[in-house]
Design a protein around this ligand. Structure first.
Ligand SMILES: NC(=O)c1ccc[n+]([C@@H]2O[C@H](COP(=O)([O-])OP(=O)(O)OC[C@H]3O[C@@H](n4cnc5c(N)ncnc54)[C@H](OP(=O)(O)O)[C@@H]3O)[C@@H](O)[C@H]2O)c1
Length: 199
């Protein structure tokens, strides 16, 4: 598996820290050229490699950590998303009418047609996500949901490798609704910083 994080702000860097902590290679990219991101990538760790957006999108698994409104720009960067897994770490405090009545990740999935989309790593503030997820033998929980249930298992395996305890919530409009912002309100599991004794 190869991994990339698109968006290298608060959440992108928090996730890059999680990869670096476990010595897992990850590409990071934004609209800026790789030279602009490289010093911060190097400061986080040697397995974090700044790339152009185009080169980063060669990864099999791509974590979206851009402002919600930018996801369409990222989607346009590849002609075809077949075979890719896209992890939506974004939150969207957007009226449902602007999302064709869909939850935000279902709306995002339409832009990345062909990809397997999993919502995850979105429910914690960036500073919490950046911290070591293993505390006193417990593992920080991340919630995963997808309309493509086969897509969740490899993302759960990644979350475990990173030291988190993945909790599968099922489909986006079932358990996944608990980790979506809807209109102006946050899903009930957003900001809940939970730990499990076992991963
Ligand atoms: N901050 C939090 O605590 C938090 C927690 C959970 C979830 N989230 C969600 O995570 C996402 C990112 O939030 P953030 O706080 O990390 O934002 P941020 O600090 O503003 O970072 C956004 C990043 O996205 C990049 N970017 C913007 N447009 C892009 C595009 N079209 N293509 C590629 N890269 C692009 C920006 O870099 P360039 O300007 O160089 O392109 C920047 O690196 C949001 O959807 C937010 O709702 C945030």
């Amino acid at each position: 598996m190869s991994y990339a994080i698109v968006g290298f702000g608060a959440v992108g860097q928090a996730l890059a820290r999680a990869f670096a902590r476990k010595h897992i290679k990850v590409a990071v990219a934004s609209r800026r050229p790789p030279e602009a991101l490289a010093p911060q990538a190097r400061a986080i760790g040697p397995t974090v490699v700044a790339k152009s957006l185009r080169d980063a999108l060669e990864a099999d698994t791509i974590i979206l950590a851009v402002p919600f409104g930018e996801h369409r720009e990222v989607a346009k960067a590849l002609p075809n998303w077949e075979g890719k897994t896209v992890i939506d770490a974004m939150n969207a405090l957007v009226p449902l009418e602007e999302l064709d009545g869909l939850l935000s990740s279902a709306f995002v999935a339409k832009a990345f047609a062909g990809a397997k989309l999993v919502k995850g790593f979105n429910h914690l503030i960036a500073a919490t996500l950046a911290a070591d997820p293993i505390v006193e033998g417990g593992h920080r929980v991340v919630f995963l949901s997808s309309d493509d249930e086969d897509a969740i298992a490899p993302v759960a395996a990644l979350a475990k490798q990173l030291g988190f305890a993945p909790v599968k919530l099922g489909k986006l409009n079932e358990g996944g609704a608990l980790v979506h912002a809807r209109g102006r309100s946050w899903g009930q599991l957003i900001f809940q910083d939970l730990f499990k004794k076992e991963q």
